[in-house]
Design a protein around this ligand. Structure first.
Ligand code: NAD
Length: 428
């Protein structure tokens, strides 16, 4: 889904093959890491409210669990494909490895549109998914989480089904639970804040004062809103954000060259991250077309909406002023556009490093759930900062030492860590 002309699995394998070559990975390890180790495909029969039965297709892919239990979300989408789930599982392996948390990579999905299902039908679907894989997932095997169109509510139904089958309380089976029911404080902030922790370190290394910088965001949902808030705290100025307009079925860019009042813009935004045009105008924003966010004369671009947004077709529109790109979204840059960005010498903080704050906080949730002891929010955010800063520094140092593009350096670190775990276990 959302892949357009790009097959996400082929992309993921191409990136892997390139790095396997750079680090001279042996053939057996290459074979083990370029595909998922295990995958489950199953049918989920669901009794619908009208008495009929509808059969849904479900997946769980465990790409690699040499470093620890597989970890990754469950996506609900009508156009979900096995290749998308495989690619995302592989990216989860690299994401967990780059922040050095003891987890592997997994991903799941159900081909469905939850917007067309009643609450009861959604609950039966969630319980059906767990029944199909209950023996193959668990706190020490594979730990799911929410993802596209799945939420905390779905996670609790899934947890309840898992606990019913296994006869006990296993809150560490799943993450993304509501706070008070095993969820972690700080999860809402984690991805956006994590991205800005890495940006703060990049600016420091490059001797740039954040207070002299400006930024433009694509998207204004969970990731972008918290990233924008923290970026403002560093002293930066947000010139533009874009968002999807449900009524007009298109996206717009909202620009205020003097800097957007982010708190007020958040108040003018609905829970899906869509900005109200009239209220944005009242805040002094001009309303521009959907691509304008990319074309601004700013120092930093923070794509935080969707995959495949910076492409060969629009990469030339990036202003010569742009010096940093922080990929809040997963896969916002296509491989051909990435080559152009690399050639221009723009400092890239790649997605699986920049947005790893989410999974890092999910790991903290799992730790807290397994020990049944929950931390204060400050403690969570402090630990998050420590992990993200350490991850950034390791990637940055390698990129400087070996003259590597940041994305390649991040891959080298991740793949080396997983390859080492594979070898130490005697798998290759
Ligand atoms: P969200 O649903 O809260 O927000 C998405 C935003 O993108 C909304 O503001 C929406 O209006 C906007 N948008 C949608 N289509 C657009 C378009 N064509 N042009 C401009 N804006 C558009 O989602 P989120 O949780 O903020 O996630 C954003 C991205 O970050 C996704 O790629 C997601 O996979 C990735 N990500 C999120 C997390 C997390 O913890 N939330 C973690 C890792 C990665």
């Amino acid at each position: 889904m959302g892949a357009g002309e790009y097959n996400p699995l082929e992309n993921a394998q191409e990136q892997f093959d390139g790095v396997a070559e750079i680090i001279g990975l042996d053939e057996a390890t290459r074979q083990l890491l370029r595909e998922p180790m295990r995958e489950y495909h199953f049918l989920i029969p669901v009794k619908m409210d009208d008495g009929s039965t509808q059969v849904f297709k479900g997946f769980r892919v465990q790409h690699n669990d040499a470093k620890g239990p597989a970890k990754g979300g469950i996506r609900f989408h009508p156009e979900e494909t096995a290749d998308t789930v495989r690619a995302l599982a592989m990216w989860m392996t690299w994401k967990c490895a780059v922040v050095d948390i003891p987890l592997g990579g997994g991903k799941g999905g159900i081909i469905c549109d939850p917007r067309n299902l009643s609450e009861n039908e959604q609950e039966r679907l969630c319980r059906g998914w767990v029944r199909a894989v209950a023996k193959d997932v668990g706190p020490f095997v594979d730990v799911p989480a929410p993802d596209v169109m799945s939420s905390a509510k779905h996670m609790l139904w899934m947890l309840d089904e898992y606990e019913t089958i296994h006869g006990g309380r296993y809150p560490g089976f799943i993450t993304g639970k509501p706070v008070g029911m095993g969820g972690s404080l700080g999860r809402t902030e984690a991805t956006g804040y994590g991205a800005i922790y890495t940006l703060r370190e990049a600016l420091k290394e490059e001797n740039v004062d954040p207070a002299t910088t400006s930024a433009s965001f694509q998207g204004f949902g969970n990731v972008a809103q918290y990233a924008a808030r923290l970026y403002l705290e560093l002293g930066g100025k947000v010139i533009a954000v874009s968002s999807w307009d449900h009524a007009d079925k298109k996206a717009y860019t909202f620009r205020n060259a003097n800097g957007i009042d982010i708190e007020k813009l958040i108040e003018a935004t609905d829970t899906f991250g869509s900005v109200d045009k009239d209220k944005a105008r009242e805040l002094g924003c001009e309303i521009l077309d959907e691509n304008a966010w990319l074309e601004q004369d700013v120092d930093i671009l923070i794509p935080s909406a969707l995959e495949n947004q910076i492409t060969a077709k629009n990469v030339d529109k990036i202003s010569s002023q742009v010096k940093f790109i922080v990929e809040g979204a997963n896969g916002p840059t296509t491989p051909d556009a990435d080559v152009a960005i690399k050639e221009r010498g723009i400092f890239m903080i790649p997605d699986f490093l920049a947005n790893a704050g989410g999974v890092t906080c999910s790991y903290f949730e799992q730790v807290q759930s397994n020990t049944n002891y929950f931390w204060e929010k400050d403690e969570v955010l402090e630990k998050l900062d420590t992990k993200m800063t350490a991850a950034f520094k390791a990637v940055y140092e390698l990129s400087k030492r070996n003259n590597l593009y940041m994305r390649d350096a991040a891959y080298v670190i991740s793949i080396n860590r997983v390859a080492q775990a594979v070898k130490m276990r005697g798998w290759a």
